[in-house]
Design a protein around this ligand. Structure first.
Ligand code: BGO
Length: 271
């Protein structure tokens, strides 16, 4: 049986370079159903049973652009057997924002820590094992430009797909927000797949219209969730979506503090 692997990441993280390296001339370009977003697929050159799908470059899985909706629906609706999330390692903070969302979807994830040639050049040190532990998924350092790590990252993705290994991330929000999310997961019970429970709890906490429409929850559930949301909004004096964004960045800063040593303190590593 074939395995389908999706490439996901921010614009400019090196997805096209990796996709071309993995698929060679074996590519088909079309559109995602119903939208004018380009869909690129190809067979892995080293194993024709493996299909690689290149998702559009995005910064978030919020449903605010056709690209984000295409990527998120494909990932949530069981499109791929595993995701390779490419991260530009010279821009960890920004790239991990998307990762923090992908990790909750209940899909096996492997991270390609790309642009590692640049990280090595500027002398920064990333504790890859430590980062892998924090994010709860395998990480393979890569340089798509130099063709480094390509086989290893696909092998890790195939293993994750075969074992259906979903991420077990240690990234956590403020205790009061975590408590609210646990309560929302309780309201949801088995109405959502267990592996994606955190994703749905966060989206419902945020009162995201698309998720509310998609899930068709009874009014009693929506009322219970609204009460949970309002108590946290009062406590933080902020709206739920902003609270989640801030908590994601807090969690990312914490992870980076623990795992990255920059040679030039106070400066970011971006060019
Ligand atoms: C240009 N290392 C380095 N150093 N560069 C990489 C790596 C890597 O691991 N991976 C990709 N790049 P895309 P998206 C470019 O095009 O694959 C480079 O958006 C240039 N072009 O070569 O397109 C890659 O599909 C002129 O760089 O990313 C590309 O995700 C000057 O990152 C860029 C310098 O890669 C984006 C770079 C005319």
């Amino acid at each position: 049986m074939g395995i389908c692997i999706a490439l996901a990441g921010n614009p400019n993280c090196g997805k096209t370079t990796m996709f071309n390296d993995l698929t060679g001339a074996n590519q088909y370009v079309g559109n995602w159903p119903g939208v004018t977003v380009e869909k690129k697929e190809g067979k892995y050159t080293r194993d024709k049973d493996v299909t690689i799908t290149d998702l559009p470059g995005i910064y978030s899985l919020s449903p605010y652009s056709p690209e984000e909706i295409v990527a998120r629906d494909y990932l949530l609706e069981g499109g791929p057997d595993a995701v390779i999330n490419l991260i530009d390692a010279t821009n960890l903070e920004r790239n991990l924002y998307l990762t923090s969302q992908i990790l909750n979807l209940g899909v096996p994830v492997v991270i390609a820590l790309n642009m590692m040639d640049l990280v090595e050049k500027n002398g920064d040190k990333i504790d890859v094992a430590g980062l892998s532990k924090e994010l709860g998924c395998p990480i393979v350092p890569t340089s798509a430009l130099k063709g480094r790590g390509m086989e290893d990252v696909v092998k890790a993705a195939i293993d994750a797909a075969k074992g259906n290994k979903v991420p077990a991330t240690q990234m956590k929000f403020d205790a009061a927000v975590e408590e609210a999310l646990t309560k929302i997961e309780g309201v949801l019970g088995n109405k959502v797949p267990a592996a994606a429970a955190r994703w749905y709890a966060i989206k419902l906490f945020e009162a995201e219209d698309k998720t509310i429409t998609d899930l068709k929850l009874p009014k009693a559930d929506l009322d219970a969730i609204a009460a949970i949301r309002e108590s946290i909004e009062d406590k933080f004096d902020d709206d739920a979506e902003s609270i989640v964004t801030a908590e994601r960045y807090n969690a990312i800063s914490h992870v980076i503090d623990k795992t990255v040593k920059r040679t030039r303190t106070g400066l970011t590593t971006s060019q």
